[in-house]
Design a protein around this ligand. Sequence first.
Ligand SMILES: [Zn+2]
Length: 312
Amino acid sequence: MKSQFSINEIKGQSIALQFFETYLRKPETIPPLLILHGPDGVGKWSTAERFCFQLLCMEGTGCMNCQSCKLFLIQQHPDYIQFPVDSKIPIGQDEKEPAEFTIRWLIKKRIQYQPHLSKYRIVLFPDASLINQEAETSLLKTLEEPPSHTRFIFIVDDLLKLKQTIISRGITIPFQFLNRSLVKELSDTLQLPSDVYLGGSLHPLNVPNEVLDIMETQIRESIGDSYRMLELELWLKNYKERHPEWEENFDYQELLESFFLLLIHQYYISEIKNKYEILEIIYEHKEIIHRKTPGLEPFLLSNLFSKLSKFD
Ligand SMILES: [Zn+2]
């Protein structure tokens, strides 16, 4: 029977799903730390949950019937530890009896023991940026030499919120913005307001539709054409000063964010060779845009466009 809670139900994240499908087929290849990163509201957490559900299942399928599946669905699975998202995650002051959901508690009271029911234990941080400095440092050692039965999953909207030393110990899995029709479909299902353009995530951006349409058309027509790419670059750079379609509450950062999401989407659906190589380049630049370093944008955009125009 096909599970209602299957990872295959996740929409619009085929790059990420390739990782998870491989890991589910060969659980022994799952690295100690997976880092899921990408914009809010595009399915990182629900993908992680479904992945854990299926991995912990005693049939390995997310059968909905075994003890593991049943306990997971009522959030009582003994081998699934999900940290809270509404407060900072501290190290735990009391070394002997550390409070629940602190890092010392995790290390002393949980992960040093074998899993109770399933083959693996999973520790999920739905917002890993909440792990405070001290806690992060003490977790590092565990991530270096994790017990063979425990796997960690960190979720974060921006990789820059994690220490480089943490990132280097994990495998990063990118999640991307969703395309417009899919956002519409999902927001209908979830009964969210669909009259606003949701910017490729279920969190709204304020970019006017007219501007999005212009960008979408330009990007579509420029892919694979280095001259059109140059025009697009100029348009994007000039739009910072002159933005006739968006006079009120103009925000260049938001324009860039939505530009990147449209770019990712258009390349993703294009037939262009080396698609994944290009997407990687775009993601790289997108991460830097998030840093909002003044004066860096023009340089960054030139760099991006010069790389993109090499593919045709
Ligand atoms: Zn099961």
